[in-house]
Design a protein. Structure first.
Length: 190
């Protein structure tokens, strides 16, 4: 099928908050966190800036470009803004996020793994058609970070503070604490 995700594909990741109005995963502004490159939030569109909302899916286990992504695979998500950087957990979530189960702040790093597991994300599809384990564009996804084997689920939490952002992004211990904040859908970017 043409909509199966393959390693090397470029994706836009839309957040499910408030009936899929949570925005698109996006890099925005330089981060001051140790080892980080950019802050991560969501934006109203996947094209806020050139490449800021485009993520390339790469294997952590040696699967090659063109191989199918399957539910349960562990992946790197490489943002294509500038020279590229990797989705990463870095430091604690802010105080308000922690009060709602927030675990880690999310930034990008120039390295695939800034620290062991910080850039590794296990991808789970809720289901797909057909149910052959492959992940497809449009499937509802969860992204679990593997820092210390327990990095939390990628989610939106609170209004974004960067210019042009929609919502802040962190990880959370709960898989869906409210209003589909940990749900994501991938669409293919040409």
């Amino acid at each position: 099928m043409a909509n199966e995700l393959k390693y090397g594909d470029k994706l836009a990741l839309q957040n499910g908050y408030n009936n899929w109005a949570g925005g698109y995963l996006d890099t925005n502004s330089t981060s001051s966190a140790a080892g980080a490159l950019y802050k991560v939030s969501t934006a109203p569109t996947p094209t806020r800036g050139p490449g800021t909302g485009t993520w390339q899916i790469l294997s952590t286990t040696g699967k090659t470009t063109g191989q199918l992504v399957q539910s349960g695979d562990v992946v790197y998500l490489r943002n294509l803004y500038g020279n590229g950087s990797y989705l990463d957990t870095n430091g604690g979530a802010n105080t308000a996020q922690q009060a709602a189960g927030g675990r880690y702040a999310v930034t990008t790093s120039p390295n695939q793994d800034r620290a062991p597991g910080t850039g590794r994300w296990q991808i789970f599809a809720q289901t797909s058609t057909p149910t052959d384990k492959n992940v497809r564009a449009g499937d509802v996804l969860l992204l679990w970070n593997l820092y210390l084997a327990n990095g939390g689920f990628l989610e939106t939490d609170g209004l974004g503070t960067e210019s042009g952002s929609a919502y802040s992004v962190c990880t959370n211990v709960y898989f869906n604490r409210a209003a589909d904040v940990t749900l994501w859908k991938a669409s293919l970017v040409p």
